[in-house]
Ligand binder design. Structure first.
Ligand code: PEP
Ligand code: MG
Length: 325
């Protein structure tokens, strides 16, 4: 059975009424990337680069980052790899970066906020990514964007790094497709203002749920609030997709929700173009996509956003999956 799933997982995922959905993988290192390629991922929708920075006493050199990212890109054999810039902060401190203790690390200097405040660290990472992009099919993505100004600043860093590499005569990818993670409610609500400034959006439902419900992810006492199928979160996702498509941009979902069976028809029914999930879950998700129709998924999604409770959404989605057999 598993073998059959695996064989069919190498084929594209098309719904019964002909809508193709990209299924790509999340990866946190080279092993994940290799596993993803084996499981039929059409690329890496989220490469978390934290592995290069954690558990060490000094920052990784440009060369070290270049080699690691290049190797992951090469493992995907020409399929796109979305490299996310560093997402650490108060909850994941680095010994070589001065960070003040914060009362609310999840609301503090993390991810892109940290990169913008540590120009040397940020430039080194961007140089490594652009250089690796000359040898593999890479895209770049900024995490934890709250405002358009942050996107503008990040893009300014990126084009500065490009000019530097150019004048140093170093081969690198340019232009490079550049997107942002939508995981803060302000970015979702003003997606129409951000869409013209990016090539794509990737919705991070782990953080988007945490910030929408104001419930710390990973706090076991608040687990009952941490449901990405809460209709408030689904409304935001719907808004992001509409804003992106209006501008001709595509939208992925890369939070854990994208790999949950109950969420698959709802996300696709809301118009999400790409699901990025843990490699092991790919065969299962593709099987669901092939068993459903887009039009049924759209009407399920429209009912889901109108629900009052996450539990109602889950009940409807479970029924939907049962009907697929
Ligand atoms: C997310 O927030 O949904 C996400 C994919 O990013 P991370 O889990 O790395 O914060
Ligand atoms: Mg996140």
């Amino acid at each position: 059975e598993r073998q059959k799933l695996l064989a069919s997982s190498l084929q594209p995922a098309v719904t019964r009424d002909g809508k193709r959905v990209e299924v790509v993988a999340n990866a946190g290192n080279l092993t994940d990337a290799q596993l993803a390629a084996q499981n039929g991922a059409k690329g890496i929708g989220l490469l978390r680069t934290e592995f290069l920075f954690l558990t060490r006493q000094t920052p990784p050199s440009e060369e070290e980052q270049f080699q690691a990212i290049r190797d992951i890109g090469l493992a995907l054999k020409g399929q796109p790899v979305i490299v996310r810039t560093l997402d650490v902060g108060g909850d994941k401190p680095l010994p070589y970066i001065p960070m003040e203790p914060e009362a609310n690390p999840f609301l503090g200097v993390r991810a892109l906020r940290l990169s913008l405040q540590q120009p040397d660290l940020f430039r080194t990472q961007l140089r490594a990514i652009l250089r690796a992009g000359a040898l593999a099919n890479l895209r770049i993505m900024f995490p934890m964007v709250a405002t358009l100004e942050e996107v503008e600043q990040a893009r300014e860093f990126l084009s500065q790094v490009h000019s530097d590499l150019e004048s140093e005569g170093i081969v690198h990818a340019w232009p490079i497709e550049t997107g942002i993670m939508v995981e803060i409610p302000s970015a979702a609500i003003k997606a129409e203002a951000l869409a013209p400034a990016v090539d794509f959006f990737s919705i991070g439902t782990n953080d988007l749920t945490q910030y929408t419900l104001a419930a710390e992810r990973g706090n076991p006492h608040l687990a009952y609030l941490g449901d990405g199928l809460h209709p408030a979160v689904l409304r935001l996702i719907e808004q992001v997709v509409q804003a992106a498509h209006q501008e001709g941009k595509w939208v992925g979902v890369c939070g854990e929700l994208a790999g949950e069976a109950e969420a698959v028809p709802i996300l696709v029914g809301l118009g999400v173009d790409e699901l990025s999930i843990n490699p092991a879950g790919i065969p299962k998700v593709k099987a669901i996509l092939r068993a459903m129709t887009m039009s049924e998924a759209q009407s399920l999604a429209q009912k889901a956003v109108k629900c009052a409770k996450a539990s109602e959404v889950r009940r409807m989605a479970t029924k939907f999956l049962q009907a697929l057999g």
